[in-house]
Design a protein around this ligand. Structure first.
Ligand code: NAI
Length: 255
C-alpha cells in the first residue's frame, strides 16, 4: 500500500536500541520499510534484536555506540554509512534515568545524566547533520524528550533539566539546519513502561502516578509509533522544531 508514512529506501539509525523504546522503534521503522541501524553499547542485545528483525525488504544492521564519546559516534556513523550508503533518519533515544534529592546530587551523577541525555543527543545530531548535509537529501532527526522536561517533580532534577534543554536544542537545531533540508523534531512521552522505570511504575508510588493520568494507564512503546512514523516520514515535511507530546493526557493534570 502506498502510504505517506512509507520509509522504503530510507536508512534510520536508532540510538539506545538495545532495550525499551529504542529496541521497539527499530522494529517500527523496519516495518515501515526503512533499513535500520541499531546503535548502543550492549552489542549482545543489539545482535539479538537485529536477528529478530530480519525483514525481506529492509536491511538491518547494528553498530556499537556510546553517545557520551565523540570518537564512538564518529565510528558508528562511518560504519553505518559504509554499510547502507547514507543515514536519512536519526532517532536520538539513548538516555538514562535519575532518582535523587537535588540537595545531595554529586557533580559526577549530575554530569552523567546531562552528558547522556543532552550532550549525547547533541553530539549525535551534529555528526548526523554533517552526513545529511553532505548531499542534497537532507534528513530527519527525532529527539526523545520527556514530559518531565515540561513539568516540575521531585527527585529527577538533572533528568528534567536535560530533557527541557533537549526540547530547546530541538528548536535551535531546526532553525539552523532548515537550510540543509534537515528537520529536527522531538517526541515527549509520558510514562512508558520499560526497564528504566518498571520498578517505580509497579510500586505503590507508581500506582498513585497512574491514577493522575487522564487515560488511567501507563503507555507502551507502541503508543509512540504514530508520532515516530509521522516525524520520520515525508508526512511531516513541513514540520521542524516541533515536539509531539504522547502521554495519555498526563501534562493536563497535576503530576
Ligand atoms: P531503557 O533504559 O530501556 O533504554 C535506554 C537505552 O539507552 C538503553 O538501551 C541504554 O543502554 C541506552 N543508553 C544509555 N546510555 C547510553 C550511552 N551512553 N550510549 C548509548 N546508549 C546508551 O529506557 P527507555 O524507557 O526505553 O528510554 C528511552 C528514551 O526514552 C530515553 O531517552 C528516556 O529518557 C526516554 N523517555 C522514557 C520514558 C519512559 O517512561 N520510559 C518517558 C519519557 C522519555
Amino acid at each position: 500500500m502506498n502510504s505517506i508514512f512509507d520509509l522504503n529506501g530510507k536508512t534510520a539509525l536508532v540510538t539506545g536500541a538495545s532495550s525499551g523504546i529504542g529496541s521497539h522503534f527499530a522494529g517500527t521503522l523496519a516495518d515501515a520499510g526503512a533499513n535500520v541501524v541499531l546503535a548502543a553499547r550492549r552489542t549482545r542485545h543489539l545482535k539479538k534484536r537485529a536477528s529478530e528483525l530480519k525483514h525481506a525488504q529492509s536491511e538491518i544492521s547494528w553498530v556499537k555506540l556510546d553517545v557520551t564519546k565523540r570518537s564512538s559516534i564518529k565510528t558508528a556513523f562511518s560504519n553505518a554509512i559504509a554499510r547502507h550508503g547514507r543515514v536519512d533518519i536519526v532517532v536520538n533515544n539513548a538516555g538514562i534515568g535519575f532518582q535523587g534529592n537535588a540537595l545531595d546530587i554529586s557533580a559526577a551523577a549530575w554530569n552523567e545524566v546531562v552528558d547522556t541525555n543532552l550532550n549525547g543527543a547533541w553530539l549525535v545530531a551534529q555528526q548526523a547533520a554533517r552526513h545529511m548535509s553532505a548531499d542534497t537529501g537532507g534528513g530527519s532527526i527525532i529527539n526523545i524528550a520527556s514530559i518531565l522536561g515540561r513539568r516540575v517533580m521531585g527527585g529527577v532534577a538533572p533528568y528534567a533539566v536535560a530533557k527541557a534543554a533537549l526540547e530547546h536544542l530541538t528548536r535551535v537545531l531546526a532553525y539552523e539546519w532548515a537550510r540543509h533540508s534537515i528537520r529536527v523534531n522531538a517526541i515527549a512521552p509520558g510514562y512508558i513502561v520499560t526497564d528504566m522505570n518498571r520498578a517505580y511504575l509497579e510500586s505503590p508510588m507508581g500506582e498513585k502516578a497512574r491514577a493522575k493520568i487522564p487515560q488511567k494507564r501507563f503507555g507502551r512503546p507502541a503508543d509512540l509509533d504514530g508520532a515516530l512514523l509521522l516525524l520520520a516520514s515525508d508526512a511531516s515535511s513541513y514540520m521542524t522544531g516541533s515536539t509531539i507530546v504522547a502521554d495519555g493526557g498526563h501534562l493536563q493534570s497535576s503530576m
